[in-house]
Each structure stands twice: as C-alpha cells, then as structure tokens.
Design a protein around this ligand. Sequence first.
Ligand code: ASN
Ligand code: ZN
Length: 333
Amino acid sequence: PQAGAVGTGASQYSGTVSLNSTTSSKGFSLVDSVRGGSSTVDLQHRTGGKGVVFTDADNVWGDGTPGHNQTAAVEAAYGAAQTWDFYKNVLNRNGIKNDGRAPVSRVHYGNAYQNAYWDDQAFAITYGDGANNQHPLTQLDVAGHEFSHGVTSATAGLQYSGESGGLNEATSDIFGTAVEWNANNPQDKGDYLLGEKIDIFGNGKPLRYQDRPSKDGRGSADYWSAAVGNLDVHYSSGVANHFFYLLAEGSGAKDINGVHYDSPTVDGSTVTGIGRDKAVQIWYKALTSYFTSTTDYHGAREGTLKAAADLYGANSAEVDAVDAAWTAVNVQG
Ligand code: ASN
Ligand code: ZN
C-alpha cells in the first residue's frame, strides 16, 4: 500500500525544503497526498506527453544545482505546495477550482525553454529549464503566478487580450508575490519583484517590478492610458501591479528585506498603504465576486472598491486607499 512520507530536497532558489512524497515500488514518488495528490513529473526535455513521475530511493531529492535532474522537481514541488497552502490558509480556497483537485507540475520541458505556463486542459504547470538549461523557471513566485492563471480561469475568466488580459496577468503577479511572502523562506524573501532569482535576462534583473513596472525597460506601463489595451498583456499588467504595490505599501521610496522600491504616482499625490494582507484580500474578493471575462481597468476600479466595501465597510480607510491607489495610476472614477 502507498503511504504518505516526508522527504527533504535541495532546491536551486529556495534552499533545503521539506517535501511530501508517497511510498512506491521505487521507494518514493513525488506525489503529495496531503495536497490533492499533487504530482511532479519529468518531461525529459520533450514538448509533449504526460511525463514520468519523479521517484527516488531514499527520499532525499536534488542537490541544489541544475546539473541534478531532481533539483527543478524539488523547486516545482515546493512551489506547488506553498501555493496550495497560500490559497487554502489565506484565501480559504481548496485548489484551483475549489474542489480539492491539485494540478500537475511538469519540469524539463523542451531544451533551454525560457518560460513557464499554465494549461487548463492538462491541468498542469509546465516549466522550462531556462538559458543553457541552467536557469529553470521554477521560482516560487512563478509557481504562484502560473497556478493563479488556473484560478483566474476558474473564476473571473478574464480574457487574455486587451485590458482584461493585463488584469489577468497582474492577478497572477499579485498572487505570485503573495505566495512568496506567505512562504517566509529565508532564501527567497518576500518582495515585489517577479522571478528575481532566475536571472532570466542574464543581467541579474527580475522579470517584472511592481513598484514601478517601467523599471523593466521593456515597455511595462506604470499608468493607465487609452493605449494600454494595445500592449502585450505582460506590459499592460503594469497598471494593476503598480496599483497593488501602492495599495499595499504606499507611494514613495523605501527598502523592504534589502530591496529598494520607489513608487511614483501619476499626479504627485501621496498614497498611504493598507498592508499586503488586506490588499491581497481585496484583489481576491474582486476577482471572485466582481470581475468577469471582459472587465477592463475601469471595471477593476469599481470591482475592487466594492470588494473593499464588502470586507472593511463602505466608509472605511481601505475603500479610500483603493480609490487613491487607482487614481494614482490614472484609473479615474
Ligand atoms: N509565462 C507566461 C505567463 O504565464 C506564459 C504566457 O505568456 N502565457 O504569462
Ligand atoms: Zn502569466
């Protein structure tokens, strides 16, 4: 009979982590029976097929380097577990569809593939190994990002183009960041950056910045304009990422966990943050109660104002902060 076991793994970005596994004929399988049967599979550099569930004789996985085939699996399994726990404990959601079913995590997709993605049909998160197969896209905030695409698909269903696409992308960044904060991992501390440990560009810079999205130098929008809906969804997301940072932390400059942030407002106004936890609750409530497939930035403003009123009262400081943060990114009432 198969039974749950607790192993240990050496990840590349998150240090040594505890992993749930299941006993099998090979010793142990990387299947987490405590979290919906979440499994981690090896695509063996193919671009299709179901892959092979990782197994191990002694329940000690990976070696912390990309040279060991299990290292990316350790990171992906850890990310899936932390994301599952974030949704359960912080948002009271039981998996992507709130039905207890866990997604599959698939690593070693293709050759030096520099991306990760969610697939509704496969119900899977798939990770490439990055440049030279040395920079897997498996960082915790990316796991949270991809899992959250599944949640958005199962709830608001925000269309992946135009302004709704930007909101879809930002939702994944917002919860990816929240997963990283919630994990409280000393090797991958909470921040408002996406994919900062992957070195995806080879210059040490993160994939995205929430305090001032244009820091990416690639065209992410800091503020709403009529042109935002024509941008790639990973750039139009900037407006909502910036809104979220301002709502949580407020405007201006500060250092958090050794990272410098400098978040401007469109009109020079000052926004006072309400903290990460409340900002996360407001976004989730808006996503699951008010956003639809065609919600645009104006609709996101209305939906988050309603969500804040539901959670904290119509005359609350939280509602005022939501109002101020949208105004600060040029989404006007
Ligand atoms: N990693 C990308 C994302 O999740 C893949 C894509 O473009 N959909 O946004
Ligand atoms: Zn995405």
